[in-house]
Structure formats: structure tokens, C-alpha cells
Design a protein around this ligand. Structure first.
Ligand SMILES: [Fe+2]
Length: 694
């Protein structure tokens, strides 16, 4: 039975903005006169952020007859036929919130399945949604959830959700998913219009144009349109939620959602936009607020709108103003920037039974300016064709004045080039910002569940290569520059702050620490460690990145982006024997340049593995930079089992009930470790072929 009293529940709902439905002991059949009229609810229904006695429900019922508002009746039943309605209430939709509504239903028994629906005054009903409450914090039973990210609908189809639904419907009740964790890029705000796409194609994809912004602005030298108003962001959500696969998924499970960059702006940080081809920073406080308002309107989540109401957002008034001054944590102190980034706090934590404390962070709203996005560094890389950045150099840029315990070098060097260390007096970069980081570490230290799961839009594993082993025929990498990273934008190269977090995990003796992430458009599994050989490799947890639902990954981009005569192409893609392209990048990242080059020339995987570099990537168990799909996590008192469910490139909508074929299913099993022990991960290929991900 629920452990939260009605009074406590009222307090909670006031904090969230409103109190609506209250589950009651009297069970009765439906009396709403519901007749399904799905077309009047074009974005379907959804639920979000369940706890062990309540859940948020959502729908959109737009009217075009000029009325100022309308009433919807909400029913929650414990059967799909609604013969046993256990909670009902009314809610209001109005144009101020784009005709969306959020309803908090409380006093529900834990760990149960529910059905819900909305009906207007005329009896026109939404589709029926299914949702769940979380297990009680003492509930010892195993639980499962899925995590997803990156679902550009202009470039692909959401077959992954179809597969997820198919498998869940056939699973034993105790093995069904409790929720879907969406780690961002739920929408892509950068869209191409027909005149911006050559031959209607991008890579392997036939581009579609489901979004036309009422206002919009054109950016990146006329490559894309992006939103330029609240209405524009709303139009993006309308299009996404009209997708039948996504809509069915939202109607089947509660979602727990967090934004990444594309919910606001591709290269955005805090309330600032940047676009290739546009000089400097574009102050965008009004658009950050608009993006947050649209997110609030379309994602039922336990977040507090400025209005403190579930009905309308109550956007703060802000003015687009250049952000010039930053505090020591890289936070832009311009008042409109602060108002915009604080108008909706997305970071939050959820408890799911005895075994899951899920802590979700925001990687975009508080992060400091990218220290690599500075003219001072450019002379180091003039003439460089490989694009590898030495780890040591990047560690100096990343940590600034904190490098080497406060002894940063006077110069930054790459081969025979050097520049003054422009970071020597500056603070380390931060992804989380000071306030969120303090909250995050406190939540982590206080987490009591068996598994402490960090829901993170950005991946943490190092994306490391060993160009010191390259033959001169492929490219010239300076002698002595050591290991390098191929990517600078996520936690994999945020060395200083990542170490601070991992050290906190170690120092607090936290076990069961696991990271689930998105954004990379690829599957990664391995260990959470702050450093790699020749430094001490001391994992404090395990880390996973899920493949994109649709968005183009590195493997596909490389097939098109690297010219056939580019000497570095074999490091990433190869067609040994003239066959179809194979992703040697998977060998590059786990085994090193020699393995990738050997496979590219001989096509012999055993020969390629025989020349692997064992010190390159002890932190990685699995990498596939060509994988799409989703991941599931099952936890109990003894182990965490993560499965990567990989589908082929989703270039056409699957017409079959199972969402189309699988490429592979990989299981990564991690027994719970004790404080002071190292986590261990065991990989099993359950079905299919993982290609060069070996
Ligand atoms: Fe993405």
C-alpha cells in the first residue's frame, strides 16, 4: 500500500504545480462516455516519472474554434477495459500551453500496471495509455528498464521502438520494462528543407521533411533551418509525436526524459548558440526559455515550471543579451542568461525498488565554454590531417590552472609547434556547473539502492587511439606525443571533472555505480576509470552508451566522408576484397591502429587481433560505432545485465510487427562488487553477428 499520506502528496503536488487525481478505494466502472477519436488527440498520450505511489499523465487536445480553454476528463483504471476505474479527475487544456496537459495521479499502489485515457465534454476520447508505478523502495524483486537516445525523424525510422514493444509484449510479466529512459535528442531542432538537400539524400538516408517552422531561421551557411520562436519548437514536437512508433511507445511505458543539445540548439551551451559560418556567439536567452517551455509542455516529468503550475509554464521574460562575464565555474552571470538556464531545472533523481537509484544530470545548461573552441589553439594543428589530439595536450587544455596539481605548463605543444598556455590561469572546464555537481555528488553519496545509475546524455568512455604506432605511409604524428583522443566534446575527454566524480565514488566506497548514456550514436560498454595505461587503470564502476534510435553514426558518416584515396581511411572503413564496407573504426578504438590497418589490408580478423595493443583500451568491453537500436538494463541484488539490441540502419520504416530483423543482441553481465573490489564485466553474444566489434 502507498506509504505517502494524502497530506504529503499534496505537498509534493504543490511543489510540482498542482494536485489532480487521487486514487481511491471505491472502484467503479467508467462513466465518461469515452468513444475513441484518436485524430482529435494527434500526439497521443504519455506518462512520465513514476514513483511508488504516483505518476504523471499527459495528452494534447487542440481546438481550432477560438475557445480559450477546454476541460478533459481523466480516468485511471486497473484494467484495460476500464471496468475498474480507480482514479478520475478533470484537467484543463488551453492555448497558453499549446493545448497540452499534465495530470499527477497519486495514492496508487506500488509496482502495478494501470490504464488511462482522456475524454472531452463531448465524449471524444484519446487512445488508451498504459503506465506503471515504481516498486516500493524495499521491494527486492528484479527490475528492468530501457534506455534510448537520438531519434532524428528526418533521416530515419523509429523501428527500435517497434522492436522494443514487440519483445515487451511477449516477455513474462516480471521481465517487462518498468520505464524507458530517454537520454536526449528526442527532437532534432536542425532540419533541412528540400532545397538544402542534394538529390534528396544524406548518407544512406532518403531525407524527409516533416517539419516546417512557422518562423525559423536559416543557419550554417544555408545548410539548415532552426527554430526561432516557441511556436517553432512546438511544431517540432508535433511532428515527432505524430510518428506511430514513438507514439505507441509513449502509450505503453512511462518515459523518464532528459534533454541533450538538440532539444535547444545543436552547438548550444547555457543560453548561447553557435553555428558554423556565424561569427561569435548568438545570445539566445529567449530561445532557451522557449525550448524549455516546449520540453515542459511535451515531456511529463517531475520538474517545476516557473508558474509552479502543471497547467501553464509561466515563462520568465528575458532579453537576448550578449553574455560576456563568467564566474570562476564558467557560469555566464548575465542576468538573462541565469534566468533562462534556471527557468526549468531538469536534473533529478528517481528511486525504483530496492535496486535502482537513478540520478539524471543536465550536460548542457551549465557547462563552461569549450576551451578547444579558441583561436589560440589553432596554430598547433595547422597542416594536421589526422585529427588526433594528444591526451596530454588536451588534459592541459581541459584542466587549465589545475593541471598537474596546480602546475600547468607555460606552453601548449604539439610536435614542433607550441603556443602560450592560454589556459594556465583559467579554471578547469565543467560539464555540470558547480551547483548541479554539488547536488549530484550529494545524491550519489546518499544513494541507498543496490545500483546507483547515472543517467547521462553524454558518454564517459575515453575514445582513445594509438597514433604513435602509425606507419609513416598513413600519416605523420609527432614523435613522443603519445596516446590521443578522437573526440573532445563529451565526458570521454572531460578528464578533470570526470576524475573528480570518479574519485568521489572511490572515496565514498560506493559500489554498484553504473553510467548509462546516449549521444554518441554508437554502442559502448566498459569500465568507468579516470585514467588509462601507462597511468594506473582503476575502475570505479561500469559505463554504457546506447546506439542511436535513428541518427547517423560514425560508421555511416565515414563511408561517405572519407575519400577512397585518403591514407587514413583504412583506420575507419575498409572493403577488403572489394566487399561491402566494414567498420575498422571498431578495431581502431579497442585494439589500435595496427589491428585496423591489418584488417583493412588482409581482411583477416585473427591476424588483425594478433597485432592488437593491449594497453590501448582496457576500459572497453564492446564498441560498435555503426550500431543503432536500444539497450535494456536488468538489475537485482547480485548483478546488472545490460543488453544492446542492435538493428540494421533504420533507412525504411519496418512494416512487420517485430520492427524488422535484428543485427545482434549482446549481453553484458556485471556481478555486484564489494567496496575496494574491481567491477568485472562478462560479454555474451546472444544472437546475430557483431562484425568487427570483437
Ligand atoms: Fe544525437
Amino acid at each position: 500500500m502507498p506509504t505517502v499520506s494524502r497530506r504529503q502528496f499534496l505537498k509534493l503536488s504543490v511543489a510540482l504545480g498542482a494536485s489532480l487525481a487521487w486514487g481511491c478505494a471505491t472502484v467503479r466502472p467508467s462513466s465518461s462516455g469515452w468513444r475513441e477519436r484518436r485524430e482529435l488527440y494527434p500526439q497521443g498520450v504519455a506518462s512520465g516519472d513514476p514513483d511508488d505511489n504516483s505518476v504523471l499523465l499527459w495528452t494534447r487536445r487542440p481546438y481550432v474554434d477560438g475557445r480559450a480553454s477546454a476541460t478533459l476528463h481523466v480516468e485511471v483504471a486497473d484494467d484495460a477495459a476500464f471496468t475498474r476505474v480507480i482514479a478520475k479527475t478533470t484537467t484543463r487544456v488551453q492555448p497558453e500551453s499549446d493545448w497540452t496537459c499534465r495530470v499527477l495521479v497519486g495514492n496508487l499502489p506500488a509496482a502495478r500496471e494501470y490504464w488511462y485515457r482522456f475524454t472531452d465534454d463531448e465524449g471524444n476520447g484519446s487512445r488508451i495509455g498504459r503506465t506503471l508505478t515504481a516498486p516500493h523502495p524495499d521491494d527486492p524483486r528484479p527490475t528492468r528498464f530501457a534506455f534510448v537516445s537520438c531519434q532524428d525523424i528526418c533521416l530515419g525510422y523509429l523501428n527500435a521502438y517497434r522492436r522494443m514493444i514487440f519483445e515487451d509484449e511477449r516477455a513474462a510479466p516480471e521481465e517487462r520494462l518498468g520505464f524507458v529512459l530517454h537520454l536526449g535528442d528526442f527532437i532534432y531542432e536542425v532540419v533541412a528543407y528540400p532545397n538544402q538537400v542534394k538529390n534528396g539524400r544524406e548518407y544512406d538516408r532518403v531525407v524527409t521533411f516533416p517539419i516546417k517552422y512557422p518562423k525559423g531561421k536559416v543557419v550554417a551557411k544555408n545548410r539548415f533551418w532552426v527554430p526561432d520562436s516557441l511556436e517553432d519548437y512546438r511544431v517540432a514536437y508535433h511532428a515527432y509525436l505524430q510518428d506511430p512508433d514513438l507514439q505507441d511507445a509513449r502509450a505503453r511505458w512511462p518515459f523518464v526524459a532528459m534533454w541533450d543539445n538538440h532539444e535547444f540548439s545543436w552547438q548550444g551551451w547555457q543560453s548561447i548558440q553557435q553555428f558554423p559560418g556565424t561569427d561569435g556567439w548568438v545570445p539566445a536567452q529567449t530561445l532557451k526559455v522557449a525550448a524549455m517551455q516546449a520540453w515542459f509542455e511535451y515531456q511529463p516529468a517531475r520538474v517545476t515550471a516557473p508558474s509552479r503550475s502543471l497547467e501553464t509554464f509561466g515563462a520568465p521574460h528575458v532579453v537576448d543579451t550578449a553574455v560576456k562575464d563568467f564566474d570562476d565555474d564558467g557560469l555566464g552571470i548575465e542576468p538573462n542568461n541565469l534566468a533562462a538556464i534556471n527557468c526549468l531545472i531538469g536534473y533529478r533523481a528517481l528511486r525504483w525498488g530496492r535496486h535502482i537509484d537513478l540520478i539524471i544530470t543536465d550536460q548542457r545548461s551549465y557547462r563552461s565554454h569549450d576551451p578547444g573552441d579558441r583561436d589560440e589553439i589553432n596554430p598547433l594543428f595547422e597542416g594536421d590531417k589526422l585529427g588526433f589530439v594528444p591526451e596530454q595536450l588536451w588534459a592541459q587544455v581541459d584542466a587549465g590552472r589545475a593541471y598537474a596539481n596546480g602546475r600547468p605548463p607555460a606552453k601548449l605543444s604539439f610536435g614542433d609547434k607550441s603556443v602560450a598556455n592560454y589556459r594556465a590561469g583559467e579554471a578547469p572546464q565543467t560539464m555540470l556547473g558547480a551547483k548541479q555537481k554539488a547536488w549530484f555528488l550529494a545524491r550519489l553519496r546518499g544513494a541507498k539502492a543496490t545500483w546507483k545509475i547515472w543517467g547521462n546524455s553524454l558518454g564517459t568512455p575515453d575514445q582513445r587511439v594509438d597514433p604513435q604506432n602509425l606507419p609513416a605511409t598513413v600519416g605523420k604524428y609527432p614523435e613522443g606525443a603519445g596516446y590521443a583522443t578522437i573526440d573532445l566534446h563529451d565526458w570521454g575527454a572531460m578528464y578533470h571533472e570526470r576524475a573528480e566524480i570518479f574519485d568521489a565514488v572511490r572515496d565514498a566506497g560506493i559500489t554498484g555505480f553504473a553510467i548509462v548514456a546516449g549521444d554518441r550514436h554508437s554502442f559502448w560498454a566498459g569500465y568507468a576509470a579516470k585514467a588509462l595505461p601507462p597511468a594506473a587503470f582503476e575502475p570505479v564502476g561500469v559505463t554504457f552508451v546506447g546506439g542511436s534510435v535513428t541518427s547517423v553514426g560514425m560508421a555511416e558518416a565515414n563511408e561517405y566522408g572519407l575519400k577512397k584515396d585518403d591514407p587514413s581511411r583504412p583506420l575507419y572503413v575498409a572493403n577488403p576484397g572489394g566487399g561491402p564496407p566494414q567498420c575498422t573504426a571498431n578495431l581502431l578504438l579497442r585494439h589500435g591502429v595496427r589491428s585496423a590497418l591489418e584488417f583493412a589490408s588482409s581482411g583477416d580478423l585473427q591476424k588483425a587481433l594478433a597485432v592488437r595493443n593491449p594497453d590501448l583500451a582496457p576500459h572497453l568491453t564492446f564498441v560498435d560505432v555503426g550500431g543503432h537500436g536500444y539497450a535494456t538494463v536488468r538489475v537485482d541484488a547480485d548483478k546488472m545485465v545490460t543488453e544492446f539490441v542492435c538493428i540494421p540502419r533504420p533507412i525504411a520504416r519496418s512494416t512487420s510487427a517485430d520492427g524488422g530483423p535484428l543485427r545482434y543482441r549482446v549481453r553484458l553481465e556485471v556481478p555486484l562488487w564489494r567496496a575496494g573490489e574491481r567491477p568485472q564485466m562478462r560479454q555474451t553474444i546472444v544472437e546475430g553477428d557483431t562484425g568487427l566489434s570483437v
